[in-house]
Design a protein around this ligand. Structure first.
Ligand SMILES: [Zn+2]
Length: 254
């Protein structure tokens, strides 16, 4: 099992062992831990993920992969894309994220566009945040932005639209992008995630806990997998949504 979206820098040391007991790997993403007074704040955040978190995970037997990027709530006044590009070349990085839109304003759209193009240039996956507020509307804008960039087909296939719920899955399902199901209080319950997989099948769905400083369940992925087994979902579908899709999308060696 792979948890495709957490923020390990917000979690206590003990959680790493807890994750290692049931997960083969975890992806931790850049987020908005501090006020982005300048690009230096982001640099310190990226350094902590690269130097601190990979090590904390390793000490507990947990395989940790990184996505780095500028979260829509973390845009500094002096955005520096060449600095970001250099960080993305780090050996532990498997994707750009989380990026996306929160309010959907012009500034956010520009930063989002630039990062999608960088992901394409560096041949990396991209994890796209959708907000809690005005989710359907902002997701529509996200898809319009993606369309406007005329990305290569291979790149579109490496995008995850994350924190999907029953209302936005239909907007994305007919495209080639992946859909992240975030099992977290205030997002989806394990039962709701199972219902979506039952209805749509396992193709292009990913599971994650978004474990952070908000109320979270560090074992959300194993708990959802267990729920799927109890509900009689085929082993092959479970394997897809909890491991294989993530491995293929991010080119993981697990
Ligand atoms: Zn997140």
């Amino acid at each position: 099992m792979i948890d495709t979206h957490i923020h390990s820098d917000t979690r206590p040391y003990e959680d790493f062992e807890r994750m290692a007991l049931s997960l083969e790997g975890v992806i931790t993403l850049a987020h908005d831990p501090l006020k982005p007074y300048s690009m230096d704040i982001l640099r310190a955040h990226f350094d902590r993920l690269i130097e601190g978190e990979v090590e904390r995970a390793k000490k507990n037997g947990l395989k940790l992969f990184l996505c780095l990027g500028i979260h829509p709530r973390m845009i500094p006044p002096d955005v520096n894309y060449s600095m970001l590009r250099e960080y993305l070349k780090n050996e532990h990085v498997v994707g750009v994220g989380e990026i996306g839109l929160e309010k959907g304003n012009k500034e956010e759209i520009e930063v989002f566009e630039r990062q999608l193009l960088i992901a394409q240039e560096l041949n990396l996956g991209a994890v796209v945040h959708t907000p809690r507020r005005r989710k359907e509307e902002v997701t529509k804008t996200i898809l319009e932005v993606i369309d406007s960039l005329d990305l290569k087909r291979e790149m579109e296939r490496r995008i995850v639209i994350d924190h999907c719920n029953r209302r936005i899955v239909p907007q994305i399902y007919d495209r080639e992008m992946y859909m992240g199901l975030t099992v977290q209080p205030n997002k989806l319950t394990p039962e709701e995630a199972v219902e979506i997989v039952k209805e749509y099948g396992g193709d292009r769905f990913l599971l994650n806990s978004d474990s952070s400083s908000a109320p979270s369940d560090i074992l959300a992925v194993p708990r959802t997998v267990l729920r799927m087994k109890i509900e009689g979902i085929e082993e092959e579908v479970i394997e897809r949504v909890s491991h294989i899709n993530a491995r293929e999308l991010f080119n993981l060696n697990i």
